[in-house]
Ligand binder design. Structure first.
Ligand code: NDP
Length: 305
């Protein structure tokens, strides 16, 4: 594993709860760097390699929680975190919990409230990487919650990935993570749909990928231009491709002619049509953002209430 970050850290004790693919990678990286690591997993036997590398196995989650001042949790989902930690809240009181389990923003906020009620210092982490990337700068992990917790453990966090602090709202790291994944999945859906279209006439997905990759890569340069338009909120500035020009009806028709389900495209077409129907057809394509975006004023008021 690459050790491109600083390699001399104080050898503080860390507990890692959850030794699935990701939890194991996180624990392994800490061991590589020289941390004193205690590990626990619900199903026994998943700690063998880590223990061979020097990790201390904990028989119970209570033992694991009580072993160190810092507890890292990486379980399947938010409910797994409650199931695992609720029985040991007393052991966790006064300790720090960094939760790297994927959660929705509201799940992260609820977990932060839960931790606060039990006297546990809590930081949300959201991993944008696969396990093999842990310990390389290509891995990204976003954090949100109390800044002092982030600052205190910054060096340790940086051993896993490129860390970004996303502010005090414990839901923010989850939100950024899931927004990134939304972009990724919709990009892949577009690729699958295109592959199904040409596949209906025999072109292999491999050939389509070969031809689509440079085109789509080039198109990502458009993000910055669209972002400037969205942030300025001006969809009438000259030089923008209009919504009317962006009508996807012909692509939907082509898909249907080839008996390929255009569902993903139809969803986008619906947003375009909504903006055109509202009288914005001559404005820029990025106006689709207005069809999607949250009314942040109401949402903020709702959360405060
Ligand atoms: P795995 O399926 O490999 O492991 C899941 C882990 O959660 C296991 O340790 C499992 O224990 C534990 N678990 C599940 N339910 C419970 C429960 N009710 N109580 C106690 N333990 C439970 O998943 P990953 O390790 O890959 O993922 C862990 C987290 O990391 C997830 O939230 C995932 O979204 C996130 N993540 C993973 C990425 C990846 O590429 N793998 C990428 C980014 C984020 P047991 O062995 O007993 O089943």
């Amino acid at each position: 594993m690459t050790t491109h970050f600083a390699t001399s850290y104080p050898r503080t004790g860390v507990t890692v709860l959850g030794l699935g693919a990701m939890g194991s990678a996180l624990a392994a990286r800490l061991l590589d760097i020289g941390y004193d690591v205690t590990v626990w997993n619900r199903t026994p036997g998943r700690d063998t390699v880590l223990v061979e590398s020097g990790a201390h196995p904990a028989e119970t989650v209570a033992d694991a929680a009580g072993a160190n001042p810092l507890i890292v949790v990486c379980l399947l989902r938010a409910t797994s975190v409650y199931e695992t930690l609720t029985p040991v809240v007393e052991q966790l009181r006064g300790r720090t919990l960094i939760n790297l389990t994927t959660t929705t923003p509201n799940e992260a906020r609820a977990l932060a409230d839960w931790a606060d009620r039990h006297g546990i210092a809590y930081l949300t982490g959201a991993i944008l990487a696969v396990p093999d990337m842990i310990g390389t700068p290509a891995a990204q992990i976003f954090y949100s919650g109390p800044q002092p917790i982030y600052e205190q453990h910054h060096e340790l966090l940086d051993t896993w990935a490129t860390s970004t602090y996303d502010g005090a709202d414990p839901g923010m790291a989850s939100l950024v993570d899931l927004a990134m994944l939304s972009g990724m999945y919709q990009m892949f859906a577009g690729f699958f749909h295109g592959a199904a279209m040409v596949g209906s006439e025999g072109m292999t997905a491999e050939e389509f990928a070969r031809r689509a990759t440079p085109f789509l890569r080039a198109m990502t340069s458009g993000f910055r231009e669209y972002a400037a338009v969205i942030d300025a909120g001006d969809y009438t500035a000259p030089g923008q491709q209009s919504l009317e020009f962006s009508d996807l009806g012909h692509i939907v028709s082509a898909s249907e002619e080839q008996c390929v389900d255009p569902a993903t495209l139809v969803a986008l077409q619906g947003l375009i049509t909504r903006e055109i129907a509202a009288g914005h057809g001559s404005e820029g394509f990025a106006r689709v953002f207005e069809s999607m975006r949250a009314d942040t004023g109401d949402r903020t008021a709702e959360r405060i209430a």
